[in-house]
Write a protein of this length. Structure first.
Lengths: 222, 249
């Protein structure tokens, strides 16, 4: 082992590398938002008594959580324009790919969170004469929000990390810039480590915010 | 018994697949009466209460409380059973994310559309009755088991049920907390004259509080008698065995 680490490159080009965070944020943030909303709708459809809704939801979820994000990205960015004549910017394609994959994952997080609420809660509400809608609104969803949060945070982290895949379609985010500098200076170990540090910092600050949200819960299950 | 009983259950039959859980249950009691139901595990006691509360779809059977007649086998009518009856669960099943006050006022506000201030005033009266006025803003996780069960009773009472049912209300509690809850049930009888069905194995409580007692076994009524007779001179051999087993336990 006689590799000479030269982290000096990071001090020299650190600003350029970190500048890619902007792209990571403008891709990850909308994707997280869309995935959360669509995931919620998919979960509601899955739990719906109408069979066609629950089946459609299962199909969508199975398709988009099994497809590798790389393939999804390439299809959306290169195949979709060939088939339809409509093309999107790399950023738009990335948001779409990460949203589709994220929605499937978020759906499962919501489903798990809602199923964690004991059936006895629903029975207690019905026993008092509450309608199904009111039971959902006042009993299930307020509890489900908090029981979903930890799993949902994982989904959000996965989305942020998947932004690195967008190097494939040349979105100039952190990983792309690391690659670019590597070609130029042949310092891959230092540069990719630097890129990792940027992502770790981004994700850590995100999880701190989510933990704050979890702490808003003043009650415990009994 | 008077010509027209307040509470009448007739022909109640419940099956899970091919297994019959309750077969053709008939019974009637008067307003303000308390009926104690006992029986071995799995005999259908809890299911009976759940059916009367409209939580279960049954094969046949009807429930009459006062002027309210409900065909329990009709899914559209079960809603009405839920509103006429209240059920207190073995494990309380309070809403953990709501304060004591919100637990009690949720159903009156949403179902009966009682204005918030009036619902809260009524809840405070109930809290006074169960002796928990000072814990009004507490969450269920901050209460003891006995306190939680008392809140669950107040929550059911807030809907002014014509029939209040208890599913082994004290079996998750230690002896001291048990007494706390049984005390509230006694008060409901003496002060509010609530018609009640209590599934319990507390024989002492049954003897002093209940007017009627019933032994249920394998989904059938083995014995249904005024409780003085039930406990002193049980007619059926099965009842004698069961009562002996409880006393010697």
């Amino acid at each position: 082992m006689n590799y000479n680490f030269e982290f000096g490159i990071l001090f020299q080009y650190g600003d350029y590398l970190a500048g890619g965070v902007w792209y990571a944020v403008i891709i990850a943030f909308p994707s997280i938002l869309i995935a959360t909303i669509v995931g919620m709708i998919l979960a509601a459809a899955h739990l719906s008594p109408v069979r066609i809704f629950s089946m459609a939801s299962s199909v969508v979820v199975d398709v988009f959580r099994t497809l590798p994000v790389v393939v999804l990205l390439i299809w959306i960015h290169y195949v979709f324009p060939i088939l339809t004549g409509l093309s999107m910017s790399p950023t738009q394609s990335s948001i779409l790919a990460l949203s589709l994959n994220g929605s499937a994952l978020a759906c499962e997080a919501f489903r798990g969170g809602l199923q964690a609420i004991p059936g006895t809660q629903r029975q207690a509400a019905w026993s008092l004469g509450l309608s199904k809608m009111d039971t959902l609104r006042f009993v299930i969803i307020p509890q489900g929000f908090f029981s979903t949060l930890p799993a949902l945070t994982n989904v959000h982290i996965t989305i942020i990390k998947n932004v690195t895949v967008t190097v494939l379609i040349a979105v100039p985010e952190v990983m792309f810039r690391a690659q670019e500098l590597t070609v130029q200076f042949f310092r891959p170990l230092e540069l990719y480590t630097g890129a990792a540090v940027v992502y770790v910092a981004l994700i850590l600050s995100f999880t701190v915010a989510m933990r704050r949200l979890e702490k808003l819960r003043k009650w415990e299950s009994v | 018994m008077s010509e027209k009983p307040f509470l009448n259950i007739s022909g109640l039959t419940k099956k899970y697949g091919d297994t019959t859980i309750l077969s053709d249950i008939d019974l009637s009691i008067n307003k303000g009466d308390t009926l104690m139901i006992c029986g071995p595990s799995g005999c259908g006691k809890s299911t009976l209460l759940r059916c009367l509360n409209g939580l279960e779809q049954v094969e046949a059977g009807s429930l009459t409380i006062g002027d309210r007649h409900v065909d329990l086998s009709d899914p559209n009518q079960r809603e009405s059973a839920r509103q006429g009856t209240g059920l207190v669960f073995q494990n309380f099943n309070l809403f953990p994310h709501m304060s004591v006050l919100d637990n009690i006022t949720l159903a009156p506000r949403r179902v009966m559309k009682t204005p918030k201030s009036r619902a809260e005033d009524e809840a405070k009266d109930l809290l006074d009755l169960i002796g928990l006025t000072d814990r009004m803003q507490a969450y269920p996780c901050e209460l003891s088991g006995g306190q939680r069960q008392r809140v669950a009773i107040a929550r059911a009472l807030a809907m002014n049920p014509e029939l209040l049912m208890f599913d082994e209300p004290t079996s998750a509690l230690d002896p001291e907390k048990k007494e706390e809850v049984l005390g509230v049930i006694r008060e409901l009888k003496s002060i509010k004259n609530v018609t009640m069905i209590v599934v319990t194995h507390e024989i002492g409580f049954g003897k002093t509080v209940s007017d009627w007692a019933m032994l249920l076994d394998a989904g059938k009524v083995v014995e249904f008698e005024p409780s003085t007779d039930f406990f002193s001179t049980p007619k059926s051999q099965r009842t004698k065995e069961f009562l002996n087993a409880i006393v010697n336990a």
